[in-house]
Design a protein around this ligand. Structure first.
Ligand SMILES: [Zn+2]
Length: 140
């Protein structure tokens, strides 16, 4: 990790602080190009937006997928105050971002906040393969 990485990571931590000041969970992220220029920054707005998906990392991944060509996206680095959750990690992967630099690990975060009781949805399947394959076949 370079001095520039630490500088941009501190900026992401600052965004986490401003998310908290704005009444939201304390998480912030930014996306920088290959030269370290900040392209866009985001804060968690889960509470003020009433949107459980309003994580800053997800917003940045969506922005990158919409606004950047694949080569540019692959050259970006996301700086984020905390290790991305599973939802955001999936979006980051689909947006083909090149690198993620985070401050707090998920393990470190769990020492700072109450544990979240996650009850995963029950998955039933696969089923109805012959019918479900029809809209998919030939698409790709
Ligand atoms: Zn997330």
């Amino acid at each position: 990790m370079t001095n520039e990485d630490e500088l941009l990571l501190r900026r992401a931590i600052g965004l986490a602080g401003s998310a908290r000041e704005g009444g939201n969970p304390p998480f912030g992220s930014l996306l920088a190009d290959a030269e370290g220029k900040v392209l866009v920054e985001e804060r968690n707005t889960v509470l003020t937006d009433g949107d459980i998906t309003a994580h800053p990392e997800l917003k940045l991944a969506r922005w990158a997928a919409r606004e950047l060509d694949p080569e540019t996206a692959a050259a970006t680095t996301m700086y984020t105050s905390c290790q991305p959750c599973g939802m955001c990690a999936g979006a980051i992967e689909r947006a083909h971002l090149g690198r993620v630099v985070f401050a707090l690990s998920t393990e470190q975060l769990t020492t700072l906040k109450p544990p979240v009781t996650v009850t995963g949805a029950r998955l039933d399947g696969p089923a109805l393969f012959e019918e479900a394959r029809v809209p998919v076949e030939g698409y790709y």
